[in-house]
Design a protein. Structure first.
Length: 463
């Protein structure tokens, strides 16, 4: 009763807050069919002890995952259709069996509702019915009794021997979860007693009085279970989502310690699996995972056909240039024609080109081959120019060094100093570094030696 009252207060207060916010932010001109909704859901949950709450949360995640995958597949297929691409079957993980097992007619929640309405219904009777009804279901498992089963599914914590008989396993899209049916009937009944509702309606708090109006319940009316209400609300949410355009945000924590600069690979991998990101990657990889606008493909890979300029002329439409590049790439690689069966690893649409990983890898390999050859050619040209300038500078330096030594031999320090200054200016104009052309190092050293000799001779003459 206490827990039911707490949950009822929380739910009513949450609804009241949303209603108040909408009233404050809204206006008479706003149409009800135009709105922005935020759906914040728990991630997939698998704890040491998993109860009715975890089943509801995981069932919600199954439903949202179905919407997400369905929207993603439909979006990709619609893109194929609009671009005139030959329809390709997209393999994707289907969790409809999980949804049927949990929330379908005769499913886990339906059996729980039935057990709640049966005289002397019990948690044990509920779990026994699950074992009996789903013994042939590949997604359901009756765990073996004992510590081995607990170690496999719950991390080894001893929940007590009496709990063994209440355990069952469901395989969700994210993995297996061991549930324990302890107090599930009480949690599913979970409605607030009429006397408590009447008491809340008489509260001195205007807020609580408004959230729990008097005579809200019809006498003798059948009360819906938490599971039934949950499934009804989830069905309404699903119907609403089908009318909207959804944007999904997946939040991933780098670690469980809330520590900066620390990345826990196993922790992140588990989240990616639990949030369905791994399934999204599988879908993206099926069909044609690489999609590029035709103009971008031309600008990125036209270098592959530089040896055949007639294939990439500016007068040719981008779509035809894409086809020419792909055919040429197939010939260069020896793979064959990417655009024809049996390969069909690429298709050119009205505005976009669709590539399988294999075709994209070939294009990237050929592109970097062109880049490598171009880099070698540029390096060779630069080295050639540098060495030509270096050889020219060698001739200038050799002649100037001879003239400086002749002037020093004649003790004409003024002439020698002038020649050295002119040689230094010539080196500056040449813009040559000894680190680039290694054999210039002795010449620069000689220039320094000449300057020292001139200084020494000038000091000797003055003395």
């Amino acid at each position: 009763t206490r827990d039911s009252l707490t949950k009822a207060l929380y739910a009513a207060l949450f609804d009241e807050l949303i209603s108040t916010l909408n009233a404050v932010l809204g206006s008479p001109e706003i149409r009800e069919d135009r709105f922005i909704g935020f759906l914040d859901i728990f991630g997939f949950e698998c704890f040491v002890f998993n109860s009715f709450e975890q089943l509801c949360i995981n069932f919600t995640n199954e439903r949202i995952q179905m919407h997400f995958i369905d929207a993603l597949v439909k979006l990709r297929q619609e893109e194929y259709r609009s671009e005139g691409i030959e329809a390709a079957h997209i393999d994707f993980p289907d969790n409809s069996a999980q949804l049927k097992l949990i929330g379908g007619k005769g499913g886990v929640m339906s059996i729980l509702d039935d057990e709640c309405s049966v005289p002397k219904g019990s948690d044990g009777g509920f779990v026994e019915k699950l074992h009996r009804n789903f013994q042939a279901n590949a997604l359901y498992e009756k765990p073996k009794l004992g510590k081995a089963a607990r170690a496999k599914f719950t991390g080894g914590e001893d929940l007590g021997r009496s709990m063994d008989a209440l355990q069952f396993v469901i395989t969700h899209y994210a993995g297996q979860v061991l549930y324990t049916g302890h107090k599930w009937l009480d949690k599913n009944r979970g409605f607030v007693h009429p006397d408590l509702s009447a008491l809340l309606a008489q509260s001195n708090s205007r807020l609580i009085e408004r959230m729990f109006p008097a005579n809200a319940e019809v006498a003798g009316a059948k009360r819906d279970t938490i599971g039934f209400t949950f499934r009804t609300s989830l069905a309404a949410l699903s119907a609403e989502m089908m009318k909207t355009t959804q944007q999904y945000i997946r939040c991933v924590k780098p670690n469980s310690r809330k520590a900066a600069g620390y990345f826990d690979g196993q922790f992140v991998t588990k989240q990616l699996r639990y949030t369905g990101v791994s399934a999204v990657v599988e879908i993206q990889r099926s069909g044609y995972p690489v999609v590029l606008p035709n103009t971008e493909l031309v600008s990125r890979y036209r270098c592959i056909a530089f040896d055949a300029p007639q294939l990439i002329g500016k007068e040719i439409r981008p779509g035809e240039v894409c086809k020419n590049i792909l055919r040429h790439a197939g010939q260069l690689s020896g793979e064959g024609n990417f655009l024809e069966k049996p390969l069909l690893t690429a298709q050119v649409g009205h505005t976009k080109t669709f590539l399988k990983d294999s075709a994209h890898a070939v294009l990237e390999f050929l592109k970097y081959g062109v880049y490598e050859r171009a880099a070698i050619a540029v390096q060779a040209s630069v080295r050639q120019r540098l060495h030509r300038r270096a050889v020219a500078m060698l001739r200038v330096h050799t002649a100037a060094a001879v003239a400086v030594r002749d002037a020093l031999a004649a003790r004409d320090t003024a002439q020698a100093s002038t020649l050295v200054d002119e040689l230094s200016v010539a080196w500056g104009k040449a813009r040559l570094r000894a680190g680039v052309v290694w054999w210039l190092q002795p010449l620069l050293a000689e220039l320094g030696d000449l300057e020292v000799e001139i200084t020494s001779m000038e000091e000797g003459l003055e003395a």
